[in-house]
Design a protein around this ligand. Sequence first.
Ligand SMILES: [Zn+2]
Length: 265
Amino acid sequence: MPPPASIIAMHAPAAPLAVLSPWAIDGLSHGFMGRAGGVSTGVYASLNLAEWNGDEPAAVAENWRRWRVAYPRFTVARLSQVHGKLVHRVDASWGDARRAGDGMVTAAAGVALGIFSADCVPILMVDAERRSVGAVHAGWRGTIAGIAGEGVRAMAALGARPHAMRAALGPSIGLCCFEVDAPLADDFARQLPGAREHCRAGGPGKAYVDLRAIIRGQLERAGLDPAAIANVGPCTRCTADGYFSRRAGGGAVTGLQMSFVGFAR
Ligand SMILES: [Zn+2]
């Protein structure tokens, strides 16, 4: 009997991990991982690092082994993401428990903050001089709740200075593909200053929303220099070969890509 496909894949030569890392900062490891380089199959193919969404545990473990070969100097703090606006302060004792929340900040060296997404916007933040970092998960609910600004405030509470911070908004669903019911677009426009200019008419009863542009405005209002905010990577739904996209999969369960940031010890 032939071995299961995942066992064969694990013994095949490893494809390189795909990661977009916008900054060159001494001691900082960070990036937006794509799908490439793992061994998971089907809707989880291939670098799914989430063990809680139905993927085969052995495949996820192998994916993690590969990630740790590339980034050996870190433990990874993660969350149970709930589309809210709670941002946790993480220290070296955080461990493996995934507490409920959608953002983390830390000044602890050797801890990488890992955020998971498949269309929602992953946001990474850093104050290079103060050696503090943040990672935030912002879908439409978190965006309306203001999680981007909460992330900046949590960084400031750690000693980071918003005017000196950099932020990067990673691969996520773009204006091209984020069509929502018109009342939801109206919610954005009503609740968030400046959001209306980032909504476009869609099909009947629908509208398109540019989440990254709205979040950029929130970060600027929280004190970041516009020139220090980067859009990194494509629309996930348009590039579903390279990135997990829940919408590209028709809303079904998919793997999740990890975005991470941390200073090495
Ligand atoms: Zn698109």
